[in-house]
Design a protein around this ligand. Structure first.
Ligand code: PPY
Length: 288
């Protein structure tokens, strides 16, 4: 059975991965996302699951940086999964609880770095005086709360973490939007037998030649006139020199077609460097 590294246990990554990959894999939990990447880079596991982008927050920059700069692990699949954030902690122990805000006793909230942007309205309304502390995963926050047993410290995480660490669920679904989706990537050195998908994507990194006016326009037109659909384009610093960027581009289509390799050849011909991060099936979320 293939071994899959995930940030976990009891995290959103675990929920999303079990939903899409099911029980035909062995899941190995790691506390830090760096460990999740390194497990597959070193051969300890076959595949790693990386949360890469969220509807409200956009790209998880730290994870994109790992994928691009630290490891060489092709993307093997992607899927989107709806994330319901929950406030997990102990109720207000005082008798004079304010009915308009039962969470005034909470002074600190622990969670993963991408969470506050997804629960902005709730946090502004109910947790205004609380400090946010970033921890390695949402489940790690719930674990710490369970150890502290201090009602002034709460976490935001999964319903399963609340049950597993035996910390009460204070309020369900506190995310700003009902369809709060997260995109996950499956990365690994070897291709795995996965269910087919109607949608195939290819991710490439393009570094433009320096001092070439209109280079980005030419890159985009190489795709446009072939009617190749781009589903994402983001400029990111190369980290080598201030002001020099690469473009992270998701394309709907595969390298098996004639059009996409031709478009890539065209942009290489104008002096762009192109790195292909993967060509993979993309799975939409279909309710469970
Ligand atoms: O910490 C977790 O639960 C994760 O899996 C990372 C994460 C956090 C918030 C949204 C999606 C993934």
């Amino acid at each position: 059975m293939k071994r899959v590294a995930i940030l976990g246990p009891s995290t959103f990554s675990e929920e999303a991965t079990r939903h899409f990959l099911g029980e035909n894999f062995t899941y190995v939990s790691y506390k830090l996302i760096s460990e999740v990447f390194n497990a597959t880079a070193s051969g300890e596991t076959d595949l790693s699951v990386i949360p890469i982008e969220n509807t409200l927050e956009g790209s998880v920059h730290l994870h994109v940086d790992w994928l691009v700069h630290e490891v060489d692990l092709p993307i093997r699949a992607e899927w989107v999964f709806p994330i319901d954030m929950n406030l997990i902690g102990y109720p207000n122990p005082n008798t004079d609880v304010n009915p308009a805000n039962p969470y005034l006793h909470i002074r600190k909230v622990l969670s993963h770095q991408v969470v506050p942007a997804q629960c902005n309205q709730f946090m502004k309304q109910y947790l205004r005086g609380a400090e946010f502390e970033q921890v390695s995963s949402t489940a790690e926050g719930v674990r710490i709360v369970s150890e502290l047993q201090d009602p002034t410290v709460a976490a935001i995480g999964t319903a399963i973490a609340s049950a597993n660490y035996d910390v009460p669920m204070l309020q369900r679904e506190i995310q700003d939007h009902k369809d709060n989706m997260t995109r996950f990537l499956l990365v690994g050195k070897e291709a795995s037998e996965l269910m087919p998908s109607e949608v195939m994507k290819t991710t490439i990194l393009v570094t433009l030649p320096e001092d070439y006016p209109g280079a980005l326009h030419q890159v985009l037109s190489a795709f446009a006139w072939r009617r190749i659909n781009l589903s994402k384009i983001e400029s990111k610093p190369t980290k080598k020199k201030l002001g020099i960027y690469y473009f992270y581009i998701d394309i709907v289509g595969t390298m098996d077609s004639i059009l996409l390799p031709a478009a890539i050849q065209e942009i290489e011909a104008i002096g762009c460097q192109v790195r292909i991060l993967g060509c993979y099936p993309s799975y939409p979320y279909i309710g469970s």
